[in-house]
Design a protein around this ligand. Sequence first.
Ligand code: HEM
Length: 490
Amino acid sequence: MAEKDDKKKLFSVSGRPIAENQNVKTAGKRGPMLLEDFWFLEKMAHFDREVIPERRMHAKGSGAFGTFKVTHDISQFTKAKLFSEIGKETPVFVRFSTVAGERGAADAERDIRGFAIKFYTEEGNWDLTGNNTPVFFLRDPYRFPDLNKAVKRDPKTNLRDANNNWDFWTLLPEALHQVTITMSERGIPKSYRNMNGYGSHTFSLIDADNKRVWVKFHFKTEQGIENLSNEEAGAIIAGDRESHQRDLFDVIEEGNFPRWKMKIQVMTEEQANECPFNPFDLTKVWPHGDYPLHEVGVLELNKNPENYYADVEQAAFNPANVVPGVGFSPDRMLQARLFSYGDAQRYRLGVNHYQIPVNKPKCPFHNPSRDGRMRVDGNEGSTLHYYPNSYDQWEEQKEFTEPPLPLEGAADHYDFREDDDDYYTQPGNLFRIMNDEQKNLLFKNTAAEVGGAEKFIQERHIKNCYKADPDYGKGVAEALNIDINEVELK
Ligand code: HEM
């Protein structure tokens, strides 16, 4: 009998040794195949089911394991145990991604990048599912499915379509801040190591006295920001579609571990009430002069996954996964994400996706949900499975109750455009801090992209840019060979 622990020998999934893996079983030398060739059936049936749905966006990605180490005390803001003392280390898994391209897309494309971190804390998993930009295209989640349709393929041509893309973006002036970043020199990072990460939304921190502050999370690259021009990116893609994956994998194999410094901006509830802009608006940053960065710790990636599919493809990040001491905010976009990710993952990976090793909390926990496809963890055995019961099973943990959040106003579909519509000051500020070289790149990159759209859409973008800063509008017009005097700027 064969030794089953010999990893080099071939077995079926039922543990039976396989004698033949090169010639199917046929009736006679030249005859048809026999259905009793069970190993062929198993092999082919498994192959037929090997593809799972790709993520609807952020489909192409790279991941690595590492640690987060606290270097500065922020326990005055949060009781979260991962921040409880200087020197404390928490294991993490990080997945970076491009957004619009499919699973086989080239890495070095002009696009925002996903920067998703799973902290395996002693109080459960905290998933900070962010991007490499501090803002986003939208501030209302109704628009999110449309954004993806506009930037992905046209239903008829099956091509990425500049007209669809820019028609949508230019109709939403709140997108201008993110569009400006995407068209700037930062629009194509050289690698995943050479970019910052941001939680982007406003979140909350809750201290030991159950007091809340609002917070923004930043991860500043220790490798330095480095970007690619369109020409450099084109040359890279011509020879290598996996440049980010290769870079991340290789540097970790070489022991050259990438690091980011985690920093936070803090706003008290009182400051939020006085804030001149909506502090929960995802299209805006908090000015650093008013809300300075506090250093917190260092994120280091130091271990490649042994198996890409097991850990990277099956990773499931969910903004709803927070730990005591870290909470949400009223940001409409964040609120929508709290539903969307778990829902997508129940479809993409199944209802028990949290049991997949990369997703499973590393702390002890038990949970009353039962059964479902691929339940492989013992299913809570004979534990009582209803609540309330007379046996103290599934006791609530009231000590983790968050402080109440004061709210006001009647429920309605409020249009933020009616009283909160300054989409131009912050993109204008960003434009104004660019040097001439950066501004020229912004004009050139914008023209290269919006140049594929109809002229009235190009003009609409010029008008939006002009409102942010007249020189921004003029520069884009010039790069597009459009006479700004002929553009309706009002
Ligand atoms: C992936 C929805 C906005 C960052 C995803 C996925 C969904 C989704 C359904 C795929 C999840 C999966 O299959 O595992 C939404 C919705 C949004 C939104 C409904 C707004 C209403 C954002 C924003 C950010 C972001 C604002 C960043 C600040 C990411 C990242 C991933 C992702 C990084 C990939 C996570 C991974 O590496 O597995 N999003 N998203 N998304 N989203 Fe969003």
